[in-house]
Design a binder for this molecule. Sequence first.
Ligand SMILES: Nc1ncnc2c1ncn2[C@@H]1O[C@H](COP(=O)(O)OP(=O)(O)OP(=O)(O)O)[C@@H](O)[C@H]1O
Ligand SMILES: [Mg+2]
Length: 315
Amino acid sequence: MSGEREVNDQSHRTMRASLLERAADRWQLGPKPGMPPVAMPDLPPAPPVAPPVAAPVATAPARKMPPARIRPVDPARIDREMLAEAGMLVPGGPITALAEEFRLVKRQLLTAAADVEKRDADAARMILVCSAQPGDGKTFCAINLALSLAAERDLQILLVDADFAKPDILDRLGLPAGQGLLDALGDPAIDVEALVIPTDVPQLSLLPAGKRTHADTELLRSDHAHDVLKRLLTADPDRIILFDSPPALAASPAAVLASLVGQTVLVVRADRSSESDLREAVALLDGCEEIQLLLNATTYRAEGARFGYYGQDAE
Ligand SMILES: Nc1ncnc2c1ncn2[C@@H]1O[C@H](COP(=O)(O)OP(=O)(O)OP(=O)(O)O)[C@@H](O)[C@H]1O
Ligand SMILES: [Mg+2]
């Protein structure tokens, strides 16, 4: 396990700490169970501090606000029983060993994100969950990470199904798939933000993969893809976008996605991933400067899921 990054310059941070820096700082200090909740994410932001562009974050009178957020009235209901059956985190459920493990992963990611932010503020808010081969646990880890991150105060998590050939996210959460990222990438007339699905898990929303096309890699590489991602980032300044990726060695969109995000979590299945696969995957994903390895379970049992986590900079 390579270590956590120590953050030394506390005074500098407190002067003008960004969203990610604040989140990372909080984790450096550890969670504070006794602290009263600060602002609820859906309440209007505190007026004087928020930058002018970030003002219309409130949801209450959403219809009258500038068109930053377009939301259906009812949030989609995530099926907790399905989550429990699959051995995943259950929002509002007990603090399990799995929950603790994902809290550690989250802490690493937020700390690294605060670092990435110094060179690229947009990229710092985008994280790709990838693996070398199919079936290594990308979707399992992406959903658990999203749920864990959504429990952070201040953050809004958008989980994007970017495994276009095998979109699983909505299905695993007990929700029907609909229009999504590919549709918005393929048609500039579609406002991607209108396809975002708010859920009944506070601070968690979803973006489906959308209608399959053979041009997914090309669409991701296009200039319009940058506009689409920018739209998702600016629609909510508190938003972190987590992408569930296709496997790096089996599908070309993974490498393109890696070049767009600030960090890639490479899920390694302890009992199966070979070193040569990992090396090849890291080489393919080298458009991303921060690749972190996440060691997934050797035995898949709801009671016994174990994770190891260690960071590694891409060579
Ligand atoms: N740590 C774990 N504990 C319990 N079950 C797990 C764990 N990791 C993965 N699984 C299960 O293993 C199966 C494969 O995992 P998952 O679908 O997340 O892999 P994937 O990498 O997304 O696969 P694909 O490349 O096909 O999309 C799923 O049924 C998932 O619930
Ligand atoms: Mg998957």
